[in-house]
Design a protein around this ligand. Structure first.
Ligand SMILES: [Zn+2]
Length: 256
């Protein structure tokens, strides 16, 4: 199988879109284009023609480039079937467990609602990459705009069951702030201490902290760790359920 290339495109203030392409097969997708211009420049710089646009959810900072890029390249737009009405220019709606092909590369669709009610992830399992939009961030998770803590916990749990060595590509560069918040909950987590120091070094040089990896998130992301004794002690929630602990962390992060 040919290689699936993935390249990060900074957009707006702190958004990331991603070029996902296999030049040998003549396929090139962009994930969550906030705006057309940086995507256009990235394509031109690599001599690529855009064939697909993939959207994880309807928010404008993930779909703002849809119509201009579709207009310019005739790209096919793929997004959550359950949010068909809110995805500009959508051609193909996909749902839970659908297998969608980019050339010979297969993405399994995971429905991961809560940030929005129809948010999806594109999991390229053979290519070891998952696009998680605004649901799972590096050391963080998205705000609950259209769902409950239980719903987000289920969505994150689904992502946690992916293979540990899968790279995680999320929608925003929020990593340093997320890491600082994580340290307030679990200051004794050595993996977390090491990671925040590393992230700080990268951000001082204005470098991206993405991609992460599923296993690294399991070890350092507090929203995936509500069973951590240290987190529970910090919150004084020794006997609470995982969802209750998760909900309290999310509440605190909203005010961090
Ligand atoms: Zn969003």
């Amino acid at each position: 199988m040919a290689k699936l290339n993935i390249e990060l495109i900074p957009c707006l203030t702190d958004n990331y879109a991603y070029l996902v392409y296999d030049a040998d097969e003549g396929v090139c997708a962009v994930v969550d284009p906030s705006e057309p211009e940086p995507v256009r420049n990235a394509l031109a710089g690599r001599g690529l023609h855009l064939t697909h646009i993939l959207n994880t959810h309807h928010h404008f900072d993930h779909t703002g480039g849809n119509l201009p890029l579709k207009d310019e390249f005739g790209a096919v737009i793929v997004g959550p079937e359950k949010d068909r009405d809110r995805i500009p220019g959508i051609d193909i709606g996909v749902s839970e467990e659908a297998l969608w092909q980019l050339g010979t590369h297969t993405a399994r669709i995971l429905e991961i609602p809560a940030h929005t009610r129809a948010h999806i992830a594109f999991a390229f399992e053979n290519d070891k990459a998952v696009f998680t939009g605004d649901t799972l961030f590096a050391m963080g998770c998205g705000r609950l705009f259209e769902g409950t803590p239980q719903m987000m916990w289920n969505s994150l749990s689904k992502l946690m069951r992916l293979e540990g060595n899968m790279a995680v590509y999320c929608g925003h560069e929020y990593t340093l702030n997320n890491g600082r918040f994580a340290l307030t909950l679990e200051p004794g987590n050595e993996h977390l201490q090491w990671r925040v120091a590393e992230v700080q070094r990268l951000r001082e040089k204005n470098l991206p902290t993405i991609p992460s990896a599923i296993e690294l998130e399991r070890m350092t992301n507090p929203f995936l760790r509500p069973n951590s004794p240290e987190i529970r002690a910090t919150l004084g929630m020794g006997n609470a359920t995982d969802v209750e602990v998760f909900a309290e962390m999310r509440r605190r992060k909203d005010a961090f």
